[in-house]
Design a protein around this ligand. Structure first.
Ligand SMILES: Nc1nc2c(ncn2[C@@H]2O[C@H](COP(=O)(O)OP(=O)(O)OP(=O)(O)O)[C@@H](O)[C@H]2O)c(=O)[nH]1
Ligand SMILES: [Mg+2]
Length: 219
């Protein structure tokens, strides 16, 4: 597993100092741009020659929602088939997933649908799933229609956006949309979160470095 460190924007905690922590996993075929989306979101960068991920990478980033800070613990998985068996380790207990495909390759959309099915069967029942049609800047080479992906997402209750890690289009937006949809309290979180280290956690300001494995959801 190749950790790539962590980074946070200086937007800090929300006004009330409440921080919610959520585990988010990125899944999808190799080379669709999972690492590039994370790099754009966390560091505001894009690399034309992004290296293929080995195992998985872990990064964190926060977004502010009114008086609440949502901290994402992001697992960027490796899309190469030989790593497929590792995926459950990363999506197990995750509150959110971004399933990524490349709008210029139909096969990657089919693979994304397979990931969605696997998540629906095996991940937490309340997991928030977003579908990202990445490389939207390459619209001339489009092989997956926006309407087709949107209709599929509606049928399956997924958030959907076309994104570009290269131009930054919709990258912050998709994470923000997920943050808005995530349950922020014990009731909303239901049984799928809050126990055994898989739940969203409220961290008091100043305790943000705590990585305890249990804790309450946000209030
Ligand atoms: N034009 C364009 N290229 C992109 C975009 N996102 C990623 N790429 C390029 O696509 C290639 C693969 O990107 P990665 O981010 O490594 O893909 P990945 O899904 O993490 O791949 P694995 O780690 O092998 O699973 C790199 O050369 C990126 O520069 C995008 O939005 N637009
Ligand atoms: Mg990668």
């Amino acid at each position: 597993m190749a950790g790539r460190g962590t980074a946070q924007r200086p937007n800090g905690a929300g006004a009330a100092g409440k921080i919610c922590q959520f585990k988010l996993v990125l899944l999808g075929e190799s080379a669709v741009g999972k690492s590039s989306l994370v790099l754009r979101f966390v560091k505001g960068q894009f690399h034309e020659y992004q290296e293929s991920t080995i195992g998985a990478a872990f990064l964190t980033q926060t977004v502010c929602l009114d008086d609440l800070t949502v901290k994402f613990e992001i697992w960027d998985t490796a899309g190469q088939e030989r790593y497929h068996s590792l995926a459950p380790m990363y999506y197990r207990g995750a509150q959110a997933a971004i399933v990524v495909y490349d709008i210029t390759t139909q096969d990657t959309f089919s693979r994304a649908k397979t990931w969605v099915k696997e998540l629906q069967r095996q991940a937490s029942p309340n997991i928030v799933i977003a579908l990202a049609g990445n490389k939207a800047d390459l619209a001339n080479g489009r092989m997956v229609e926006f309407d087709e992906a949107q209709a599929y997402s509606e049928e399956n209750g997924l958030l959907f956006m076309e994104t570009s890690a290269k131009t930054a289009m919709n990258v912050n937006d998709i994470f923000l949309a997920i943050a808005k949809k995530l349950p922020k309290n014990d009731q909303a979180g239901g049984g799928a979160v809050g126990q055994g280290g898989s739940g969203s956690r409220r961290l008091d300001e100043g305790g943000a470095g705590s990585q305890g494995s249990t804790g309450k959801c946000c209030k």
